[in-house]
Design a protein around this ligand. Structure first.
Ligand SMILES: NC(=O)c1ccc[n+]([C@@H]2O[C@H](COP(=O)([O-])OP(=O)(O)OC[C@H]3O[C@@H](n4cnc5c(N)ncnc54)[C@H](O)[C@@H]3O)[C@@H](O)[C@H]2O)c1
Length: 283
């Protein structure tokens, strides 16, 4: 690969088939994030948005630390992380005190600093997720907020001293924060809080050259998405009404996340960035 034109090498990034290097904005592999070190929180399996991002980050030069939620997840995540030559692969359950702290201790020990973080974590108890917001239990609400929103605050707190030369922190949100999306239920208010958190973190950390942004993808069939009732209808609606009339892939999200993680996006912070085929302008 001489110039990123993509004619001499094809890589398989998704089960949709081979995608040439041109697809990543014509960026030469190994350049945009070359020498950058990043933490990926939220890979569950090969369908995870975080995995789509990790693949692209790795392809364009980043060195990655990857976490898995628990022992059960390790079997799925470790082989994926090993394929990406990650020097740090360790457990992290943000609901367990000390777990996130242990990850940052390890990063400090191995790397001494970090350049970017992808926070791609969300959860809510099934009974609350499947019910009306009106009926949500306090425990369910606090669990969803803690795992899906407070975890970003704690991540930023732990990252700050390690981002000595500045950095980029990304999280993943959804349109159900802005508009009422049927069946998104309690995750709507939780994602609204997450998006507001991004703005406050960006305002506070900008002086340290730490940028904070949220990415809002359209529906993608992942494990977390399968917990949302009638998710197939959400996908069908996007294909019907979104300007591009198609779903985005985890690699589409990865390409955009790579731009936001890199220095190419300097000056961009506190934002909510849709990658949804344009659905948010019509949905
Ligand atoms: N799939 C979609 O359509 C879609 C659209 C917009 C936004 N999102 C968001 O993208 C993010 C990633 O979800 P995904 O769709 O890739 O699904 P996924 O199931 O692959 O990823 C969710 C991740 O959250 C992790 N997680 C949940 N609770 C955790 C905890 N306590 N500690 C550590 N990790 C925990 C899970 O282990 C999993 O890795 C979520 O924030 C989700 O809300 C998804």
């Amino acid at each position: 690969m001489e110039n990123g034109k993509g004619k001499d090498k094809e890589i398989t990034l998704s089960d949709e088939g081979n995608i040439t290097m041109d697809w990543i904005y014509g960026v030469k592999p190994g350049t945009l994030l070359l020498g950058k070190k990043g933490l990926i929180l939220g890979i569950a399996n090969e369908r995870s948005i975080a995995y789509g991002c990790a693949k692209v980050f790795h392809l364009i030069g980043a060195e990655l630390a990857v976490t898995y939620r628990n022992e059960k997840a390790e079997g799925h995540v470790r082989p994926l992380a090993e394929e990406l030559n990650c020097p740090i692969i360790m457990p992290c359950d943000v609901a367990v005190p000390g777990s996130l702290e242990a990850v940052f201790d390890k990063i400090s020990e191995v790397w001494g600093g970090i350049d970017f973080i992808l926070h791609s974590i969300a959860s809510a108890p099934k009974e609350d997720l499947h019910g009306r917001v009106t009926d949500c239990s306090k425990e369910g609400f606090l669990t969803a907020m803690g795992d899906s929103c407070y975890s970003l605050i704690r991540t930023a707190h732990l990252a700050e001293p390690l981002m000595k030369n500045g950095g980029s922190i990304l999280t993943v949100t959804y349109y159900g924060s802005q508009k009422v999306v049927t069946n998104y239920n309690v995750m709507g208010p939780v994602k609204a809080a997450l998006e507001s958190t991004v703005r406050y973190l960006a305002a506070e950390l900008g002086i340290k050259k730490i940028r904070v942004n949220s990415i809002s993808p359209g529906p993608i069939l992942t494990r977390a998405a399968s917990g949302i009732e009638h998710f197939d209808e959400l996908m069908e609606r996007v294909v019907t009404v979104a300007p591009e009339h198609k779903l985005v892939t985890i690699e589409d999200v990865g390409a955009f996340a790579a731009f936001l993680a890199s220095d190419a996006s300097r000056g961009i912070t506190g934002g909510l960035h849709y990658i949804d085929g344009g659905y948010h302008i019509v949905g």
